[in-house]
Design a binder for this molecule. Structure first.
Ligand SMILES: Cc1cc2nc3c(=O)[nH]c(=O)nc-3n(C[C@H](O)[C@H](O)[C@H](O)COP(=O)(O)O)c2cc1C
Length: 185
């Protein structure tokens, strides 16, 4: 798949085949992520990779419970309250792999840098038939001291991009977008 075709057709994927992504392929995606440009060439990223289905399901349950308990802190999530209350809803859409991108806060540009890395990972994955979806719901839980301790994330790293990943099940239509707004024309 060429680059333009990949950018034009890539979607967020929420239905995955059961086949697990080999760890070597995940490492290849992370390496492609690290080709992103970074402010002052700091390359301020670190990754967590989770490939255990039970662990991912438990995380989904914990995150739903955490968000429901703390909804008053995140009022814009109240529109999703019924999803979060649903037993059946997996916030990672039953993905078999999570790639979580963390950024070193010592670097001023870490959010931009790690977002570019995540963009590379998502496009590279799509070109290999691997779907990804950025899971904003995971934002708070993945920065909790409890989570960081369990997954050995250094204190000066903050979450940037939680991505669910898996081989794409079915087909998706290309994205529809508003035309670009050019302010000065
Ligand atoms: C910062 C961010 C947070 C997102 N959070 C979620 C999420 O928690 N759950 C989900 O299913 N999709 C999430 N998405 C995916 C968006 O819903 C999706 O990108 C958007 O609807 C456009 O669809 P497309 O990516 O297929 O073109 C998120 C995307 C971004 C960039």
């Amino acid at each position: 798949m060429d680059t333009i075709e990949c950018i034009n057709s890539k979607r967020s994927i929420r239905a995955y085949e059961e086949t697990q992504i080999p760890y070597e392929t995940v490492m290849e995606l992370l390496t492609l992520g690290t080709k992103a440009s970074t402010g002052s060439n700091h390359q301020p990223w670190g990754f967590v990779v989770i490939q255990d289905a039970r662990e991912i399901e438990d995380l989904s349950k914990n995150i739903k419970a955490y968000l429901l308990e703390n909804l008053e802190k995140y009022p814009y999530l109240s529109q999703y309250e019924t999803w979060l209350q649903s037993e059946k809803y997996s916030i990672f859409n039953n993905a078999s792999t999570l790639i979580v991108v963390y950024g070193n806060t010592d670097s001023h540009w870490y959010i931009y840098d790690c977002t570019l890395a995540a963009g590379n990972i998502m496009l590279a994955a799509y070109s290999k038939g691997i779907g990804t979806c950025w899971i904003g719901f995971a934002e708070y839980y993945f920065n909790t001291p409890e989570f960081k301790k369990k997954y050995k994330i250094p204190e000066n790293y903050e979450l940037v991009a939680p991505l669910s990943c898996g081989y794409i099940k079915g087909t998706v239509k290309p994205p529809e977008r508003k035309p670009p707004v050019v302010f000065n024309r």
